[in-house]
Design a protein around this ligand. Structure first.
Ligand code: SAM
Length: 275
């Protein structure tokens, strides 16, 4: 094993670093770029999927902050990128609190400097499959008040959790920890019954040894009894597309006005409220 700093294995591709590469980031190694290039060659929509997902997350966090949500837990947060959850939230609520969780040591190594730029932000290296450890971590206890609404984010992470690891039970666990009027954002790869989807799933499984695309009903089931908000669980590009102000008033712009590519239909997002 080739180890860099902080136990980072540079000999194997990592989900976090390949995703960073697809988003145009710099925190990746040759082994990740080879896989990223393979993705973009064999699955030409990979970059569009990564951006569609990320922009969906940014829009959801902005809307949550505008709704007054001050606390966020971001599961499988990934490497720092252009608009991190705390930056988006703190634009509207300067002392919004954000706990980032990722099991990849590179997120801790590269993330701390940027992600912990404010005293209201922490990065915890932990496995989302062990939610109790995250809940009881001193940084979580320090930053998050579980008597007040929390936004729990599972953005492009639950399709890395196999069925026998209970992805639904992870969301359920957090539903039980937070009070009413808390929010849950989930984005997820979707099985579309087309050759592109099957190929993308096969490539991910071959590369990382895991990856489980789910049907629309299976993704819906992850939300359990939560109240799913408008516009429902939809392709990420269609989730409340950007709004622009014109002489005529506010207008939705963006992909909603054209047909999505087969790739853009592979990733869906949804926001739900705990009643
Ligand atoms: N959430 C970010 C987003 O949507 O832009 C990053 C998504 S990236 C595709 C998936 C992230 O989940 C990676 O950073 C990876 O290291 C992390 N991850 C995968 N399995 C995990 C696990 N079991 N526990 C914690 N993090 C995990």
């Amino acid at each position: 094993m080739t180890e860099g700093f902080s136990g980072v294995d540079q000999s194997k591709p990592s989900i976090a670093r390949v995703y960073d590469y697809l988003l145009g980031g710099k925190d990746n190694y040759e082994v990740d770029r080879v896989i990223g290039d393979k993705f973009t060659r064999d699955l030409p929509g990979s970059v569009a999927i990564a951006h569609a997902n990320r922009q969906n997350l940014v829009r959801a966090v902005r809307e949550l902050a505008l709704a007054g949500i001050e606390q966020f837990i971001d599961m499988g947060s990934g490497l720092p990128t252009a608009d991190n959850v705390h930056q988006v939230a703190q634009r509207h609520i300067p002392d919004a609190r954000v706990v980032y969780i990722d099991n990849d040591p590179i997120v801790l190594a590269h993330g701390r400097a940027l992600l912990e730029e404010s005293q209201h932000t922490r990065v915890i290296q932990a496995d989302v499959r062990d939610p109790h450890r995250i809940r009881e971590h001193p940084d979580t206890i320090d930053l998050i008040d579980f008597d007040r609404p929390v936004a729990v984010i599972h953005s492009a992470i639950l399709h890395h959790i196999n069925d026998d690891e209970g992805p639904r039970s992870l969301v359920d666990y957090w539903q039980q920890q937070v009070p009413s009027d808390s929010y849950f954002f989930i984005s997820h790869f979707r099985s579309g019954g087309n050759p592109e989807t099957a190929e993308a799933e096969a490539v991910l499984q071959a590369t990382f040894g895991r990856g489980r695309w789910r049907t629309d009903q299976e993704i819906r089931d992850l939300f359990g009894d939560l109240e799913i908000l408008e516009p429902g669980i939809v392709p990420s590009s269609l989730w409340r597309p950007e709004v622009t102000e014109t002489a005529e008033g506010l207008t939705r712009i963006g992909p909603a006005e054209r047909d999505l590519t087969v790739w853009e239909r592979l990733i869906v997002g949804g926001l739900a409220r705990k009643p």
